[in-house]
Design a protein around this ligand. Structure first.
Ligand SMILES: [Zn+2]
Ligand SMILES: [Zn+2]
Ligand SMILES: [Zn+2]
Length: 133
């Protein structure tokens, strides 16, 4: 069952407008800044719904926070800046092969995997470079 409320549309549009992964709190803050009366709990629920329906990618940050992004639909991996949230979608042929091999070697079928790489993007690396404090 699809609940297409205005809140949900607002959340989806806000997510589409983002370049990288964003937390529910981050997205909520942006919506409130833009004048939306939407509540944080509603944003959480809408994001979870979008993720379940495959309209958004979700993942856990190294700090354990749930992050969301409107991604392309095919199987892919992410390179994510843990400072600014910049996200690059990457393919990883070596990872696909390795995952299949290690699964079948252990008798597993229908193997799936999640591989996301967190780091500092070019701009954030420069900003955090030693000597620039
Ligand atoms: Zn994605
Ligand atoms: Zn960055
Ligand atoms: Zn993969």
């Amino acid at each position: 069952m699809k609940r297409n409320t205005w809140q949900r549309e607002a959340v989806r549009e806000a997510l589409d407008a983002r370049e990288g992964f964003v937390s529910a709190q981050g997205l909520h803050a942006g919506l409130r800044d833009a004048g939306s009366p939407i509540g944080l709990a509603t944003v959480y629920r809408a994001l979870a719904d979008l993720a379940v329906e495959g309209e958004a990618d979700s993942l856990q940050s190294p700090e354990g926070e749930s992050l969301y992004r409107a991604c392309s639909t095919g199987h892919h991996h992410h390179l994510i800046c843990r400072n600014c949230g910049l996200t690059i979608e990457i393919e990883a042929d070596a990872v696909e092969r390795w995952a299949q091999q290690v699964a079948s070697r252990n008798g597993f079928t229908q193997a799936q995997h999640v591989v996301d790489v967190f780091g500092l993007c070019d701009a954030c690396s420069l900003r955090e470079a030693p000597g620039t404090t």
